[in-house]
Ligand binder design. Structure first.
Ligand code: FMN
Ligand code: SF4
Ligand code: SF4
Length: 256
């Protein structure tokens, strides 16, 4: 069965998982922001996977938009993986199922994959020893996921709050035009390398004088703040001094 994996990844966790399954399942992987930019909404594979970070207890905005538009004429098996900081708390698979049901489809299997939270406004990045342990468990889980997907097995994820949290998530989406209002760049630290601009999945950053400026169409993926090699970007004062995070096996250039 031909396998296609559609991924969205701001800081590499979901890309790491997609690359892992690319190897073990001999799959093709496709970037969701790139497909959105190219207006490419046809999936011809029979086995389809969606891999994305959990955002505000649900799906990232771009994943919602993509799934809503995607046509899957030949699909026979659908799986989904939500990478996250805290597993089993949220409704990404409930929401995904609703989007698929509108197309008379349903997901056959879903899993949370706990990695490392990149949500710096909430808390500092985990200590390195904790990250190492999370990576070890994540790889072990991915091997199991891969074996199950290879056999087209069903898997229901146990989720707390899978029917609640919608109001909270919807409220976050409705504030989209304001989500970047606290972003700031320290011009003393910025070396005008442009990486923040290149990683932004929605082209929300311009750099008229070399320093980033945000254009109020942010999906709060937090790629820009985490990839900046000089830690020049902050979200107000709350992220100051916090350790930036990109998955250790992913180069920032792979996120562009
Ligand atoms: C806006 C935003 C909201 C998030 N919400 C949650 C959440 O509700 N639950 C959770 O466990 N992690 C949450 N996270 C953390 C990410 O899901 C986690 O770090 C993910 O693995 C990042 O994947 P990526 O590196 O592929 O972008 C959030 C991150 C962001 C940026
Ligand atoms: S990534 Fe950092 S250093 Fe590079 S242009 Fe953006 S803010 Fe400046
Ligand atoms: S501006 Fe930053 S946080 Fe917002 S979508 Fe772009 S990269 Fe993500």
């Amino acid at each position: 069965m031909k396998t296609a994996i559609y991924y969205f990844s701001a800081t590499g966790n979901s890309l790491y998982a997609a690359k892992f399954l690319k190897e073990t399942l001999n799959a093709e992987i496709f970037s969701i922001p790139k497909m959105l930019r190219e207006n490419n909404f046809t999936a011809n594979a029979e086995k389809i996977g969606f891999i994305f970070p959990q955002h505000y207890f649900g799906l990232p905005m771009l994943v919602e938009e993509f799934v809503r538009k995607l046509e899957m004429p030949n699909v026979k098996y659908i799986f989904a993986i939500a990478t996250c900081g805290v597993p089993y708390w949220g409704r990404p698979f409930t929401d995904l199922n609703e989007l698929l049901a509108a197309k008379n489809l349903r997901q056959n299997a879903s899993w949370f994959l706990r990695l490392v939270s990149n949500y710096l406004p909430l808390r500092d990045t985990a200590a390195d020893w904790r990250i190492k342990i999370r990576y070890w468990f994540a790889e072990r889980k991915l091997k199991k996921i891969s074996a199950m997907v290879a056999q087209n097995e069903s898997h229901d994820t146990w989720e707390v709050g899978k029917s609640s949290g919608k109001k909270y998530h919807d409220d976050w989406e409705s504030r989209r035009a304001d989500l970047d209002k606290n972003f700031q760049c320290d011009v003393e630290k910025c070396v005008k390398c442009g990486l923040c601009e290149r990683v932004c999945p929605v082209k929300n950053i311009t750099r008229p004088q070399g320093f980033p400026q945000w254009q109020h169409n942010c999906v709060e993926c937090l790629a820009c703040i985490n990839v900046c090699p000089k830690c020049a970007i902050d979200l107000g004062d709350v992220t100051k001094g916090r350790k930036r995070y990109v998955h250790w096996q992913i180069k920032p250039s792979e996120l562009v």
